[in-house]
Design a protein around this ligand. Structure first.
Ligand code: ADP
Length: 393
């Protein structure tokens, strides 16, 4: 594990959902107080004090013998604190009636404290790898409704059509749409109560919050919960061996997007935009976010680029076609392709029968596959670029 493997384990919020939804069987009724008493015997070496009186234990959740909590640390100590995290996990695991334990290292308070901050290191942050996953591509958009999820699904299928093993992660924890778009229902299973097995459809391995909560359940997330939920959806899933994991990002540039970009080892990102200026302005925000966190942006896809009349085949540029291509050129980015606004795309996408899987030889599927080839080239180039970064202090 790399020293920066903080917050890799499990989050309290998602954990609670997992626990509830997977219906772990009840064991003994262990209480929070008993756990705190146990944790109070663990000494943090630097201060010589125990982790409970130091106020390091946060967000303790106990449910049916499943325990989760966070250890508040200084991010600079992440490496050594991993030992403490394991110690705490072992200590609770050894208690009677405890079935599973998830301990997360968090730097929430220290990052918000009024104390003068050390200057950020110049090197890019080390992100933990996802075992077995060779590359991760985020599909993002500056705002909702531009067809990002539709593009993500068809891009993933296009990559699979190139012979790659592909997974999809629905990172839109506020409005997960992949179960519906892929025609997937049911709940993922877990062999050990810790890691979830992804669901499978159209040759893709898929994980979405939509499998774990009912579609009409309102999701209320606090910032740290979002962070941990997303991390768990990436790291605590048995992806197996994947060439690419396509991440359908939530729209916008808020907490969830930043978490993915900062904590997950993204190989690159693709931005989906409609041609309208306003959408492009939003797309620029997305671009800047990835730039800030050193994630390469592979390029822009223009969705709903033009309208193809299903009856006469006539083309109309109803949203002012070409804006994304111009923006891409202006920003020195690659233009990955343009997808028409077409009834067949909407119908198949909304019916859970994505066009690239169900009509692989159609014009539209060919467009998605051509974009997938470009993305694949970008991934390969990005992975080949292993030149070390030298930092002159
Ligand atoms: P987002 O993820 O950006 O919110 P979605 O992928 O959910 O957007 O798409 C929003 C709606 O637009 C869906 O009903 C989808 O079927 C439809 N849609 C997306 N792309 C196209 C397209 N190229 N042609 C026709 N309908 C589309």
């Amino acid at each position: 594990m790399t020293p920066r493997t903080i917050l890799q384990c499990t989050c309290i919020a998602l954990y609670t959902h997992f626990v509830a939804k997977l219906e772990f069987s009840s064991m003994a009724n262990i209480t929070e107080q008993e756990i705190l008493t146990h944790l109070g015997r663990i000494i943090e070496k630097k201060s010589g004090k125990d982790i409970v009186s130091l106020g390091m234990v946060n967000g303790l959740v106990v449910k049916d013998g499943n325990v989760g909590f966070a250890l508040e640390i200084d991010p600079a100590d992440a490496g050594e604190m991993e030992v403490l995290r394991k110690e705490a996990e072992q200590a609770v695991y050894g208690m009677n009636g405890v079935k599973s334990v998830s301990v997360v290292l968090t730097a929430e308070k220290s990052s918000q404290s009024a104390a003068p901050q050390k200057p950020a290191p110049k090197q890019p942050a080390q992100k933990p790898e996802v075992p077995g996953v060779a590359s991760i591509v985020a599909v993002a958009s500056g705002k909702g409704g531009v067809g990002k999820s539709t593009c993500a699904v068809n891009l993933a299928l296009g990559l699979a059509a190139q012979g790659l093993s592909v997974g999809m992660l629905d990172a839109d924890i506020y409005g997960p749409s992949l179960p519906r778009m892929l025609g997937l229902s049911g709940k993922p299973s877990s062999a050990d109560g810790k890691k979830l097995k992804p669901m499978e459809k159209w040759g893709l391995k898929v994980m979405s919050m939509g499998f774990l909560v009912e579609e009409d359940t309102p999701m209320i997330w606090r910032g740290p919960m979002v962070m941990s939920a997303l991390q768990q959806m990436v790291f605590d899933v048995e992806w197996g061996e994947l060439d690419v994991l396509v991440v359908d990002m939530p729209p916008g540039t808020g907490d969830a997007q930043l978490t993915m970009a900062q904590r997950v080892p993204l190989t690159g990102a693709v931005i989906v935009s409609t041609p309208q200026d306003i959408a492009l302005l939003d797309a620029r925000k997305g671009l800047n976010m990835f730039k800030k966190v050193d994630v390469p942006v592979f390029g822009i896809i223009e969705n709903m680029s033009y309208f193809l009349c299903p009856s006469c085949g006539d083309r109309s540029d109803i949203f002012g076609h070409g804006g994304a291509r111009d923006t891409a050129t202006e920003l020195g980015l690659d233009f990955m392709g343009e997808i028409p606004l077409h009834m067949d795309i909407r119908k198949t996408s909304d019916a859970g029968t994505p066009i690239t899987a169900t009509e692989p030889d159609s014009v539209h599927a060919e467009i998605y596959k051509a974009i997938a080839v470009k993305v694949q080239e970008k991934i390969e180039a990005s992975l080949a670029d292993t030149s070390p970064t030298f930092v002159v202090e």
